[in-house]
Design a protein around this ligand. Structure first.
Ligand code: NAP
Ligand code: MG
Length: 469
């Protein structure tokens, strides 16, 4: 049983002023795995005061001082990788193989990227007699979700610290353990007091206290659209910068090429990674209508091949994060059946052989883009296949969505895929499995307004000043 009953404020583990504790449940076993303290507005105020006080000196540190700090963080982070992975499996149910690879490696990648960006970043530029400077924006409130917990914390904390900002992190209750370990890592690395602060608790309390706090300069939020809207309203009175990374319903276009079945299979198993709880998941697979039968067979085969079970063991897919999430995903699967989408694989209820835990059957529908299951973010292991007539039709379907976070295009001709990618209205389009820590990541339309990763993510934490004359 884990007990995390202190907050990290001003370089110390302190008792909460608080509003009690909450038990956390392991989604694979439905048993209590530990508890955390719930903070209050007063805890946030204390953390913001510490961050404000630290900003005066930390914002003036040199590039080399901050590089040394990030390198010290890296060495502490690497020591704790196995513990981080274990915490992620326990808190949100990611399979051990995924938690000890992609989940935790993303943190290393964001740290390496923050170091590389800081090494080269031009903070000052002369334009004639005018000096244009980039300065750290100030005290940043960072609010994160549970689905890729360490990724989402590190993609904010590391660039913010690299930029010279001070932060107050509000991790998700559902993934509080890995955040707690990250705070221990930052403490061990010698982050100066007040530069990094963490308060656990309810979003409606801690998140709201940050969004409305007059001495917080910026909120960086990753999570749902509804909370993103609320934060924007809450932050408006104090004119904060608000960077939002929200949901998606990303299109995955497959060109009419040889190897379609293999690509369908890969896209289907890709959808099931992390139990489909990935904001940028390619959840609408857009395939040539003329080859739908072949595509459905390949998707069914791939979905049925995904092993579901104990995430601490060898299963490829663990549970979804919580009972609420399980109920939501089940409701969407039932909705798809009700609205006449063809069930290609999976369906409602627990996978065969499992009688406890929030496990969902890897599910595939074939339908049209107007159905609820094709329009709303399900955030579970549910893929929707949609047929297209020609590439213009494929692009029209891809763009017929409220979201614009990501997109995927796979086919034999890289240039042709890139041409299709240019036409998709979304922030990041992955062509034939492309991946780049330096590529900006963030949404068009309802998927948000921020950009994280790489130099663009770093720049979010900077203000611009001109000295003229
Ligand atoms: P969520 O319910 O919006 O929660 C996200 C965070 O906001 C949590 O820490 C939550 O606290 C907090 N929060 C809740 N109410 C708040 C309020 N009124 N003010 C301030 N903060 C508040 O999202 P989720 O269910 O954890 O995550 C799933 C969503 O995140 C999906 O829509 C997914 O697509 C999106 N997402 C987007 C990206 C991206 O980069 N674009 C990446 C990953 C996920 P609690 O601890 O109380 O929950
Ligand atoms: Mg939520």
């Amino acid at each position: 049983m884990r007990e995390y009953l202190k907050f990290y404020i001003d370089g110390q583990w302190v008792d909460p002023i608080g509003s009690g504790t909450v038990d956390l449940v392991n989604p694979a076993t439905e048993e209590v795995s530990g508890k955390i303290a719930l903070g209050s507005e007063a805890d946030v105020d204390k953390a913001v005061k510490a961050a404000r006080a630290a900003f005066a000196s930390y914002s003036q540190t040199s590039r080399d001082e901050r590089l040394a700090l990030l390198k010290a963080i890296k060495s502490e982070y690497e020591k704790r990788l196995p513990e981080l992975a274990e915490a992620i499996t326990e808190e949100m149910g990611a399979p051990a193989s995924l938690a000890s690879s992609f989940h935790t490696f993303l943190g290393t990648g964001h740290l390496d990227t923050a170091i590389a960006v800081l090494e080269k970043f031009a903070f000052e530029e002369k334009h004639g007699d005018t000096l244009i400077m980039k300065e750290p924006i100030g005290v940043c409130g960072l609010i994160t979700p549970w689905n890729w917990p360490i990724n989402q914390v590190t993609v904010k904390v590391f660039p913010a610290l690299a930029a010279g900002c001070t932060v107050v992190l509000k991790p998700p209750q559902l993934a509080a353990y890995s955040a707690q370990i990250l705070a221990e890592i930052l403490d061990a690395a010698g982050v100066p007091k007040g530069v990094f602060n963490m308060v656990q608790g309810k979003g409606s309390v801690i998140g709201t206290a940050l969004s409305t706090h007059p001495d917080v300069d910026m909120i960086s939020f990753t999570g749902s659209e509804s909370v993103g809207v609320q934060i924007s309203k809450d932050a408006a009175d104090t004119v904060k910068r608000v960077c939002l990374e929200l949901g998606g319903k990303s299109p995955y276009i497959l060109l009419d090429d040889d190897g379609l079945a293999e690509r369908v299979a890969a896209a289907t198993s890709g959808m099931m990674v992390n139990s489909g709880q990935t904001c940028s998941a390619g959840s609408r697979l857009i395939v040539p209508q003329a080859r739908m039968a072949e595509a459905k067979a390949a998707a069914a085969g791939a979905a049925e091949a995904v092993t579901v079970g104990n995430p601490a063991g060898n299963a490829a897919m663990g549970p979804v994060v919580s009972k609420d999430q399980f109920d939501t995903v089940q409701a969407y699967i039932n909705k798809g059946i009700e609205e006449g989408a063809e069930l290609v694989a999976g369906g409602p209820g627990l996978p065969e052989g499992l009688d406890k835990g929030y496990f969902v059957r890897p599910t595939v529908f074939a339908t049209t883009n107007d159905k609820v299951v094709a329009r709303e973010e399900i955030f579970g292991p549910v893929l929707v296949m949609i047929g297209y007539d020609d590439l213009d039709d494929a692009v029209a379907i891809a763009n017929d969505t409220d979201f614009g976070l990501a997109g995927y295009v796979d086919g034999n001709d890289q240039d042709k895929c890139r041409e299709v990618a240019r036409k998709i209205r979304a922030g990041a389009i992955y062509v034939n499995g492309g991946f780049d820590f330096n590529a900006p990541f963030g949404g068009y339309k309802r998927s948000g307004n921020g950009r994280e990763w790489g130099e663009h993510g770093f720049a979010e934490y900077l203000e611009t000043k001109a000295i003229i004359g």
